[in-house]
Design a protein around this ligand. Structure first.
Ligand code: NAD
Length: 296
């Protein structure tokens, strides 16, 4: 069993950390929030005073933080995790962050005699609690091999996407496609309404035709056809519009740096910015159908 440092015990990190404890690992945990720290103590972790303290004697440090700036501030610098962690220690950053920051931190770990993978997730809070997350992993073969048994305690589907930063690349490409396909699906259902075509009929036809896609068949943006979708509970998330907007912005920023054209990704980002700015940041991302119908 490993000695694991865990930084960032929020909606995702809290349950992920608990699954590491359940698997028999010892965890030294840190978060800025007192509530999160209290919950971690109750779950059986040793809570420490600073992020870098989690790395003391650690085999592995896992982080689940909001954005690239938090990841850099925690790992880098004289008082950071890298400076405190033993040589050979493995860092697993599961936060969704920009590709450039992920590659910068991984290069610093390598230069310091440590290993690092970026391992963003999909599966949401439900997947984090059930230990069924999908991990998209970027890093060397050695780093991936060392990370695998740790990730298996928190997830089910673990894919090595290539070198450093490729986990983040996979995550933002997937979520850009999801944002675009959700908007397209919402447009189709909104048009059907105006044309007098029943939503269930469109679903029955399109879910078995060339318009079929996950946003329709697993997460349908109108109530009825998929009983588990957020549309059936007044668009309570699920996956909040603010999080979709974050991922779309990361995709558009990465595209700009890489010289890729993402006209629909850019449009999707703008539409989610409008939706979130109109007071719906906390609404499920499928709720954008109401904005496309013309509602405020
Ligand atoms: P969250 O806001 O619930 O948790 C983030 C935690 O990090 C908070 O508890 C915060 O106090 C802590 N934190 C911030 N800065 C810190 C620092 N310097 N040191 C220690 N702790 C610090 O967010 P979340 O929903 O758990 O998401 C975490 C990451 O996972 C994000 O990058 C998000 O994009 C990604 N993600 C979230 C979901 C989801 O459904 N919530 C799904 C996939 C990916």
């Amino acid at each position: 069993m490993a000695m694991i440092g865990f930084i960032g015990l929020g909606n995702m990190g809290g349950p992920m950390m608990r699954n590491l404890l359940k698997a028999g690992h010892k965890v030294r945990a840190f978060d800025l929030s007192e509530t999160a720290k209290k919950a971690a103590t109750e779950a059986g972790a040793t809570v420490v005073d600073k992020a870098a303290d989690t790395a003391e004697g650690a085999d592995v440090v896992v982080s689940m933080l909001p954005a690239g700036e938090h990841v850099k501030s925690v790992y880098l610098g004289e008082a950071g995790v890298m400076a405190r962690a033993p040589k050979g220690c493995l860092f697993i950053d599961s936060s969704t962050i920009d590709v450039a920051s992920a590659r910068e931190v991984a290069a610093a770990a390598l230069a310091n005699g440590q290993l690092m993978v970026d391992a963003p997730v999909s599966g949401g809070v439900g997947g984090a609690e059930a230990g069924t997350l999908t991990f998209m992993v970027g890093g060397s073969d050695d780093s991936f091999a060392k990370a695998l048994p740790i990730l298996e305690a928190m997830g089910k589907n673990i894919v090595h996407a290539g070198g450093a930063g490729n986990g983040q690349a996979a995550k933002i490409c997937n979520n850009m496609l999801l944002g675009i396909s959700m908007i397209g699906t919402c447009e189709a259902f909104a048009l059907a309404e105006k044309l007098g075509l029943d939503a269930q009929k469109l679903f029955d036809i399109s879910s078995k035709s060339s318009g079929q896609n996950w946003s329709m068949t697993s997460y349908c943006p109108v109530p009825g056809p998929v009983p588990t979708s957020p549309a059936n509970r007044d668009y309570q998330p699920g996956f909040a519009a603010a999080m979709m907007l974050k991922d779309l912005k990361l995709a558009v920023e990465a595209a700009s740096k890489a010289g890729a054209s993402v006209p629909l990704g850019s449009q999707a980002s703008q539409l989610y910015a409008l939706f979130a700015g109109a007071g719906h940041a906390g609404t499920d991302f499928s709720g954008i159908i109401n904005m496309l119908r013309g509602a405020k």
